[in-house]
Design a protein around this ligand. Structure first.
Ligand SMILES: [Zn+2]
Length: 190
């Protein structure tokens, strides 16, 4: 078992309700916990519809955050989506950090015995995603003398920060290049 990478990104979705098991899907994860989304009776559905269409205290998801696991090995290394969660984009980066920490905790119980430890997390340049990753994966430095400390300290120009369990953030290099290009354009244009 060589370990695993957690990847996540957002995808535009059609704003509508869906039947997911015995519940209403397609509703935002930020506000739906305040409501009963089960398909148990008409009054429950009417109450949810009122919240979405009248009081606007709950919303259709406009984007689905897809969390995938990427096994780090030679074969069968394709990304496996494990969670697809609608968002109305009201979520702050500390709130998303709580979601990611929950995913890691669940992975450590159910995924780690099969895929090995979660070693990296990767996403794009979305400010909420990046802020959440910063909270979790930049909160400490590895113990001096540990394998991770030795590996990271040899990477000139990189910081030493990691998560408390040793995972490191591995941002999408394409977006790093894009941001650097934009920054250079702004700085050197005048
Ligand atoms: Zn919402």
């Amino acid at each position: 078992m060589t370990g695993c990478l957690l990847m996540f990104d957002g995808f535009h979705i059609t704003k509508k309700a869906r039947k997911v098991g015995n519940e209403v899907g397609g509703i935002c994860r930020e506000h739906s916990p305040n409501f009963d989304v089960s398909l148990k009776d008409i009054p429950t559905l009417q109450k949810l519809a009122q919240a979405v269409h009248v009081t606007k205290t709950c919303h259709y998801g406009t984007e689905a955050t897809v969390f995938s696991l990427g096994p780090l090995r030679k074969e069968n290394y394709h990304a496996v989506p494990v969670i697809i969660s609608p968002s109305c984009k009201a979520e702050t980066h500390p709130e998303l950090a709580e979601v990611i920490q929950l995913i890691i905790a669940v992975y450590n119980v159910y995924g780690k015995p099969y895929l090995g430890p979660m070693l990296f997390s990767s996403s794009d340049g979305d400010p909420v995603y990046r802020g959440a990753q910063h909270i979790i994966f930049m909160c400490t430095i590895p113990e001096i003398g540990s394998y991770l400390y030795i590996d990271l300290s040899s990477l000139v120009g990189f910081n030493m920060q990691c998560a408390k369990d040793g995972q490191v953030s591995a941002p999408d290099t394409k977006h790093i290049v894009k941001r650097t290009s934009i920054f250079c354009t702004i700085v050197f244009e005048d």
